[in-house]
Design a protein around this ligand. Structure first.
Ligand SMILES: [Zn+2]
Length: 390
């Protein structure tokens, strides 16, 4: 077990994370980060394939040739830093202050990526006759809305006929304390857009106009208040969130001709695009509104079915951190949604994510040492206890 007071600044995962953070890899630019990761994987004995599509560089790395395949799902890109003047130190010049590593991507997810890579290196070095294959899906563009990287690699794997037995996505899942939360699924996400038609007119003569804002208010309110689906054992109740609203010409004396409303629902398995469309359309029709409606799913919900792998991961986290994690499906989407249909045993576990996407993103370097140990323990135990596989 790692002693908390140990100086972790020289820990290989911390050193590697600094190298990765120094590359400003805001997709589709990779700023050399793919090369750093690819070289390191190759040095550890991985066969590395560069998959370049739509100007995005992603990697598939695989080590070992027998036994079940465990894949680390990682991404090498980061969100933009915003105004660098708001940062205490420059976002792409990693710095260690008071036991924490600062820099864009420290938590999401160059820190955890480095921990996974070092854990794999250690496992491969200490278990030369291992019975596990280890893979890395390194997506070059997880952060933008229209990301492809993970899917590009998955397509490549399906062409090879490779089946993923276990997957660990290294998103920052810990909430306030390292080890407190592991993700065993994620909610789905449905986005919709409504255009509600009225009739433009003079604000002084409303009798000759139809104000779509007035007409729509009550119907929209009922949608925000309704119970979409109740909470279940693994998923919280779904909520309807209005995300964008626009109407009007900008003039004070014109009643707008139409109202645009965008909305989002984070949902469990009980809800679908067609159900949402039917409910929204019914509310609009009840209010006598003329409207156009489009809905689409950006992420399907999923839940890890395999209890054995989840138990093994939770026990490894408890043994290293002293905390038994809570199993959760809360939060936003991640690339786990793309991998889940290809792998029944998928969990997400990483560092404390409270500063990810924020100014002064940082992680504790002693927790990076613990995370490395958790990942290595999972590899060791998985390889030693095969019955959890087939
Ligand atoms: Zn991430």
């Amino acid at each position: 077990m790692t002693t908390p007071n140990q100086d972790h600044a020289k820990h290989p995962a911390v050193v590697l994370a600094k190298q990765l953070i120094a590359c400003p890899s805001i997709a589709p630019a990779d700023a050399g980060v793919t090369q750093v990761i690819g070289d390191r994987l190759a040095k550890a004995g991985f066969e590395v394939t560069l998959i370049e599509q739509n100007g995005v560089k992603s990697l598939w790395g695989c080590a070992g040739n027998k036994g079940p395949l465990i894949v680390f799902g990682v991404h090498s890109d980061v969100v933009p830093p915003g105004d660098v003047c708001d940062w205490s130190s420059l976002p792409f010049q990693p710095e260690i202050r008071e036991g924490s590593l600062y820099g864009r991507g420290a938590a999401d997810m160059k820190g955890p990526l480095a921990c996974a890579l070092v854990a794999a290196e250690r496992y491969l070095a200490s278990s030369p006759a291992n019975s596990l294959r280890i893979g890395f899906i390194v997506a070059g563009d997880e952060e933008p809305a229209n990301n492809h990287g993970t899917n590009d690699v998955l397509e490549y794997l399906s062409r090879l006929g490779l089946q993923i037995d276990y997957c660990l996505v290294t998103e920052p899942t810990s909430l306030s304390q390292f080890g407190d939360t592991i993700k065993v699924g994620r909610r789905g996400s449905i986005n919709g857009h409504l255009t509600i038609h009225g009739r433009q007119g003079h604000a002084a003569y409303p009798q000759y106009a139809i104000n779509p804002v007035h007409r729509a208010l009550w119907a929209l309110h009922t949608l925000t208040e309704r119970e979409w689906d109740g909470a279940s054992e693994w998923f919280p109740a779904t909520g309807f969130q209005i995300t964008n609203v626009s109407a009007g010409t900008g003039a004070n004396n014109v009643i707008p001709g139409k109202l645009n409303v965008s909305f989002n629902l984070r949902h469990g398995p009980g809800l679908s695009v067609s159900k949402v469309e039917a409910i929204v359309a019914h509310a609009m029709a009840l209010a006598g509104l003329q409207f156009d409606l489009e809905c689409r799913s950006d992420a399907e919900p999923f839940l890890t079915q395999g209890g054995g792998f989840t138990d093994l991961c939770c026990e490894a986290i408890r043994d290293v951190s002293g905390i038994l994690p809570e199993r959760s499906t809360a939060g936003g989407t991640s690339d786990a949604r793309f991998i889940a249909p290809h792998c029944a045993n998928l969990v997400e576990f990483g560092l404390v994510g409270s500063s990810s996407h924020h100014v002064d993103e940082h992680v504790s370097i002693s927790e990076m040492a613990m995370l490395t140990e958790v990942y290595e323990t999972i590899l060791q135990r998985l390889s030693g206890s095969h019955p959890v596989s087939q």
